[in-house]
Design a protein around this ligand. Sequence first.
Ligand code: UT7
Length: 362
Amino acid sequence: MSQRYAEITGWGTALPPAVLTNDDMSRIVETSDEWIASRTGIKERRISHVDVSELGRVAGLRAIAAAGLEPAQIDMVINATCTPENLLPATAGLIQDKIGATGAGAMDLNANCSGFVYAHAVADSLVKTGASHRVLVLGAEKFSYILDWTDRSTCVLFGDGAGAIVVEATDEPVGLVASELGNDGSAAEHLCLPGRGTAGQVAALDPLTAGVRMNGPEIFRRAVTVMGEASQRVVDAAGWRLEDVDLLIPHQANQRILDATARRLGLDNARMFSNLHAYGNTSAATIPIALSEALEHGRVPPGANLVFVAFGGGLSWAASAVKWGSRTTAIATSDAVLPDFDGDALELLRPNIEFFGGSISS
Ligand code: UT7
């Protein structure tokens, strides 16, 4: 029997239309476009007017169309998220229903910002063992809902959005070649959200613990080291040299982290993809959104050697060496769209801002 591989055959995104600029951000907390842009590279981010499953529906249907498939041909849906729509049921199940993947299994996977790279590795294993044939892998997040809108050191960094890929069985030697999935739970306190799970007492949400807490400089220091080292290890494990890498698609958290990672690896900007300026950090969604845009912009040549690398809460990290197939364009496009919204991102956020005791200045 020929060896079974798992190829990425479809890709798509869902980016909510409401844009929150750095100038808008300065009406929420004491900050400036100059500070945010120079310290992070972020200029604006999207704020979602819909729930996570709706973002997942649109990204998923677009990825399935790009693969030339019908939703009913998908047999597993894996949704990487740390902002599930509910604690129960898994958001993946809602997406499975919304897209009409009637025969598919569904599960959420939470490895925080590394979640998509983890989920891709799980999908790859399911396909290679024959347990699944066509897996929809999503990263879908609504981080705006869990941010403390009075904490300027975190709220300026994140945004909402979703990206998706389809992973299909093939006998061509393409797909995931090497991966590393890691975590240091002893350092989890540096990026956490203590007040919204089942720990503690049953009580109303407390603004003191209901928002993401992050030790930015500590995360920064670790991310720069780990993302470079893990990328190097998967390149070695794939039997490649760094010169063989066509495009590094890193988790989009801070342009200074991306630049430092590329510098460590000796990659110039032409071999690293960044769209952080437009979306901020969308957690598990950054890599599938970036991959889709890299394909749209012709940055992924046929047969490309790609590296995905991520670092985030957990503290988790993940890296993959991925051999792209011969097709770099979509087979078909989907007419799936997000519901219309022509309102204002600041107004969408007003209840969240006021919950944390903040306000929107004029
Ligand atoms: O997905 C993975 C999760 N996240 C990350 O990877 C993020 C990693 N960390 C970072 O990107 C950076 O550490 C930050 C962007 C969060 C912070 O940048 P920094 O250069 O490490 O700044 P800092 O935390 O050392 O703060 C420097 C100053 C402080 O003021 P003082 O104490 O020096 O007076 C902060 O209060 O900048 C201040 N500051 C701000 N000022 C204006 C922090 N946030 C802001 C802000 N606007 N939004």
